[in-house]
Design a protein around this ligand. Structure first.
Ligand code: BES
Ligand code: MN
Ligand code: ZN
Length: 532
């Protein structure tokens, strides 16, 4: 059997991917905190924000005293205010106007970044300022930029919170997936240094920069994993990446191969894998704090490297981007990378069931009846509802290790689009106080999340067949029924389910994410775990 599996195994194109280094992105932005004046900074570009002020219904950009704009304008002989007036700049968020300094200070350019109105400031305002600054820096081929960080809170946002968001934006704004382009078509990363001029607490700012760079680096890593095609990012590849993350972060990593998965009775994972020439893999990475762990959290990430739907085949429109069906796995693994670096006082176990969902003579079929690891019998009514199957076995395995909280992340149901649209992560689960904490974290992290009800009445739709459960319910609310199915395997463990079917991937360029893998909701998850 093993022999047969190997002879059917395709030649995986790993050589196509030269960027196998998970730490690659974290080293791209150097941030320094300096005191003194912005004018004296030895950088290529000075960043100034202009806020949007509405007077009689007309928007006008206004230079700020707090970030050195007024002072800089004076030093440049009123040039900045002249541009603002002449061009009727509005200060709208996302806008940028370059002004040349003509040797009046060390920097070649000043950029006026529109910051929007004060009232509308959120952490995402600073992420967007970072993204815009990074784009402008690229445009003028600047290697370095500087900005002044005001010491007061802005709309209740402390300087450190703003600093973290800014660096995240600076790095996310430079993300691109160009691994497969020839060298001369790849844009070099030139803009690698940012200086924050501040009179405030230097340590707090530096810590915020470090954290922001780590988080953004992990997001870029998760995006890379998601964007890699499934002939490169196979279950085996994910396992190797997990081992690399573990090695660098001094984490424990256990990889179960196909035989060990059988020995662990993960029959649902095996069934989904039946149609694939690539064997399944189960990944378990764990982080243990130095002292006594305050809590034990389990993270479970769906790692379906490609979802054709199986015999309930998807149409080409729906299949096209299904390499992103391992988005949960990518975010969970990248989160472990951040946790390994920041060393919180909680123990975290990450579990990733990984396989493809393919069509093959051996593939599983509708009406097949399988026994889950938990012992429950499941009748397959749709081979495209494979995520819940692989997760059910992974959750059962995780639950056996008695975590105090279990969070699963999965591109589980296309229905999220109808419930919440393109950018939201749907939140469901039983651990309501933890869900509240997570939603609070999502506000700081600037990632859209909304809770849906775990309506038990819809459970009836799973029953009535020849087995204990069908793999699909009857309600039209597929995001809710998908969660309900998973809920059958969590036993008494407090549980949060994040359906990232929409948020993990973006069909178009958005302010903070380019088309492709988004890395959501990594920022929220890190913010949440660090707050425990
Ligand atoms: N991976 C898909 C869900 C998905 C859809 C993710 C669109 C990202 C974008 C999942 O395995 C799936 O096929 N779900 C089915 C479940 C249904 C058969 C009950 C769905 O949502 O249509
Ligand atoms: Mn599917
Ligand atoms: Zn799927």
């Amino acid at each position: 059997m093993e022999q047969q599996e190997r002879s059917r195994a395709p030649h995986d194109s790993r050589h196509l991917h030269s960027r196998a280094d998970p730490a690659k992105h974290s080293a791209t932005m150097q941030c320094l905190v300096q005191s003194g004046s912005l004018l004296a900074c030895n950088v290529d570009l000075l960043a100034i924000t202009v806020l949007q002020r509405k007077e009689n219904g007309v928007s006008r950009a206004q230079l700020q005293r707090g970030d050195g704009g007024v002072e800089l304008d004076r030093a440049l002989g009123g040039k900045l205010s002249e541009v603002i007036t002449r061009e009727e700049l509005t200060g709208e968020l996302g806008t940028a106007r370059l002004v040349e300094t003509n040797g009046q200070c060390k920097a070649r350019h000043v950029v006026l970044l529109g910051g929007g109105t004060v009232q509308s400031c959120t952490t995402n305002t600073w992420r967007r300022l970072g993204v815009t600054l990074a784009r402008v820096a690229e445009q003028v081929k600047a290697r370095s930029a500087a900005g002044l960080m005001q010491t007061e809170s802005v709309q209740r946002l402390k300087p450190a919170v703003r600093a973290q968001a800014l660096i995240e934006g600076l790095m996310l704004g430079q993300y691109r997936f160009d691994t497969f382009k020839p060298e001369d078509e790849r844009k070099p990363l030139r803009f690698t240094s940012f200086i924050a001029v501040s009179k405030g607490n230097r340590n707090a700012l530096e810590a915020a920069f470090t954290r922001g760079a780590l988080v953004a680096g992990a997001i870029c890593q998760a995006r890379d994993w998601i964007n890699l095609p499934s002939n490169v990012c196979t279950p085996q590849y994910l396992a190797e990446q997990a081992q690399l993350v573990a090695k660098r972060g001094h984490l424990k990593c256990q990889i179960l191969d196909s035989d060990q998965i059988t020995a662990e009775r993960m029959h649902l994972l095996k069934a989904v894998n039946q149609g694939s020439a690539r064997p399944p893999i189960f990944i378990h990475v764990s982080y243990t704090p130095k002292g006594k762990a305050k809590r034990r959290v389990a993270l479970v990430g769906k790692g379906v490297t490609f979802d054709t739907g199986g015999y309930d085949l998807k149409t080409s429109k729906h299949m096209g981007d299904m390499k992103n069906d391992m988005g949960g796995a990518a975010v969970v693994l990248a989160t472990m990378q951040v946790m390994a670096a920041l060393q919180p006082a909680i123990a975290i176990d990450a579990y990733i069931p990984s396989t493809e969902n393919m069509v093959d003579a051996l593939g599983y079929k509708s009406s097949d009846i399988l026994t889950a690891r938990s012992g429950k019998t499941i009748e397959i009514v749709n081979t495209d509802a494979e995520g819940r199957l692989v997760l059910a076995d992974a959750i059962d395995y995780a639950v056996e290790r008695e975590p105090e909280l279990l969070i699963d992340l999965a591109t589980l149901t296309g229905g999220v689009q109808y419930a919440l649209g393109e950018i939201y992560t749907a939140v469901l689960g039983t651990a309501q106080s933890m869900i509240n904490k997570l939603l609070a974290a999502s506000t700081v992290a600037g990632e859209a999340m909304w809770q849906l009800p775990l309506e038990e009445e819809y459970l009836a739709g799973f029953k009535g067949g020849p087995a204990q459960l069908r793999n699909c319910g009857k309600s039209g609310a597929s995001t809710i029924t998908g969660a309900l199915f998973l809920g059958q395997f969590v036993r008494e463990v407090p549980w949060i389910h994040l359906d990232i079917a929409e948020s993990a991937w973006s069909d178009e360029d958005r302010p903070l994410t380019s088309r492709g893998g988004t890395g959501a909701p990594l920022r929220t998850l890190c913010e949440f775990l660090l707050s425990l």
